[in-house]
Each structure stands twice: as structure tokens, then as C-alpha cells.
Design a protein around this ligand. Sequence first.
Ligand code: IDP
Ligand code: MG
Length: 155
Amino acid sequence: MANIERSLVLIKPDAVQRELVGEVLGRFEKKGLKLVALKFTSIDEATLEEHYGHLKDKPFFGDLKKFMMQTPVVAMVWEGLGVVDEVRKIVGSTNPREADAGTIRADLSMNVPSNMVHASDSLESAAIEIKRFFDDVELFSYEKLTDRFHFGEGI
Ligand code: IDP
Ligand code: MG
């Protein structure tokens, strides 16, 4: 089927601390995206330096790494039509105070780096990020009864 994509999402330590894991996960689930991988895992510094390599020269990089290592994170892969953009829409802009109401970041957070979630920003980065957090055997392909509503012709 055309345009079926996968995206990596991390539920960050602020959401874990604030007991909002279920709330965040539920927003993706309710949208009709398909969960294809899920784990609770801690991220080491070397992985963060890769994952946030584009920010390594920023003055907040040290704080960002410290924040991301405060607790384990929930790592997930979601699948769906145009899912990379859909997930970014549900997540909202990086700065929660500039994010649109209705997004996870606008509704549930106020600050950076503690903005609840990471989401892949392109198909290319999604492919790299999924490999960073999951082995092939941890990614599942399966049929769901709702696939006919959310995938393909939609009937
Ligand atoms: P994104 O998460 O929306 O893709 P990026 O620019 O890739 O945004 O930044 C990655 C993460 O780094 C953000 O989600 C946020 O947690 C943190 N971050 C971004 N800008 C700042 C900042 O100005 N101060 C502190 N943390 C920041
Ligand atoms: Mg980013």
C-alpha cells in the first residue's frame, strides 16, 4: 500500500516523571496509528550524542543529555499513512509555548527540553532512528481489524 510509513517516538523523562505515559501513548493510538514496536529503555550518552548530533554545539546540549538520562524513556514505532508528518502534527512545535493547542506539547507541557516527546522529522531520519532503538525482530507486522478504516481505501 502506498505511503505507509513508520516513525520513531520517544516519551521523554518529564512525561515519565509526571505519569503521563498513558496519556501520550493514547493520543497516537486514538488517531488510528498502528503500534509496531514498544519498549522502556534508558539511553546512554553515546546514543544521545548520535540522536541529538545536530544540537551538539548548542549551549543547552549538556542539559538536554542530562534531562534525557533522568529516567528511562518509552520508545515506540508507529505505522500509518504519511505517519512521519502526522506524528509531528500530533506532537506540535518544539517550544510548547508556541505549539498549537490540541498538540501534546501545547496541551501538556510548558518548556524545553522538557517537552514530553521526540518524533522523527523525516522519512530518512525515521529509518535511522528506528534502527538506533530497535532490532528488526522487535518490529512487528500484523493485521488489525481497524486497518480497513485507517489504511488504504478507508471503507
Ligand atoms: P524537535 O524535538 O521538535 O525535533 P529539535 O530542534 O530536534 O526539536 O530539538 C531536540 C530537543 O532538544 C527538543 O525537543 C528539546 O527537548 C531540546 N531543545 C531544543 N531547543 C532547545 C532550547 O533552546 N533549550 C533547551 N532545550 C532545547
Ligand atoms: Mg528533532
